[in-house]
Design a binder for this molecule. Sequence first.
Ligand SMILES: NS(=O)(=O)c1c(F)c(F)c(-n2cc(CC3CCCCC3)nn2)c(F)c1F
Ligand SMILES: [Zn+2]
Length: 249
Amino acid sequence: MGLHNSHHKPCPTHLQSPINIHTRTAKYDPSLKPLKFSYDPKTAKRIVNVGHCFNVEFEDTCDRSVLGEGPLTGYYRLCQFHFHWGSSDKDGSEHNIDGKLYPAELHIVHWNSKKYTSFEEAAQHSDGVAVVGVFLKLGDTNPVLESIIQNLDRVKTKGKTCPFTEFDLTDLLPKDLNYWTYMGSLTTKPYFECVTWIILQEAITVSSEQLEQFRRLQCTSENENPSFILENHRPVQPLDHRVVRSSCP
Ligand SMILES: NS(=O)(=O)c1c(F)c(F)c(-n2cc(CC3CCCCC3)nn2)c(F)c1F
Ligand SMILES: [Zn+2]
């Protein structure tokens, strides 16, 4: 659906992600509920180097690990999490907060298993996917991140996988679960506009050395000349007429 202007030519509105979150313009919505994470550590399955990043994949053939409440209707099934980072600690996050970039951003991807039968199907619908974004700020070594990073040398090249089980993803979340939420898209191809974005307001820590480990992943397969995933964050996109809501005043 396009907006109409004085020339009566529809101009398409885009619902692309990431965006810059202007905190003073975000609107407190008292009807927003607290986020409810119900993750079963046994659903953690494996780590995969997908070329532009690495995914930590979960068993998503049933609703054993779900995200509920918050801005969502019903619950969404956890399928994977991954990170975005930059070629230096100066940038790397996809979303910005009042123009501030963080050195990295965690995305926890869920899909609407009440209405759809797979992630691929859900991604074709505006209420299909819910991604929780968590900023990583420079600080002390994060021991929970370390338990993931110590496996990265087993998935160094594109297409490689390694088992990764018994992982409690709630250990990676900050204490404060207040969030901003808006309707947007996947930030990589095919950029489908199917995502309810839920961006946590509190960051978790990552050390510079841990970020360096991300940059040692290769986007090439093992029989190619190696090149590295130095950065994988998309530039911010126009907000257009979207409103960002906040779970707290
Ligand atoms: N940054 S993000 O917005 O959190 C983000 C995601 F949420 C994703 F789900 C993917 N994603 C892309 C595909 C291919 C599918 C192939 C079948 C059709 C749907 C896409 N698998 N997962 C993704 F790459 C990504 F970057
Ligand atoms: Zn992402």
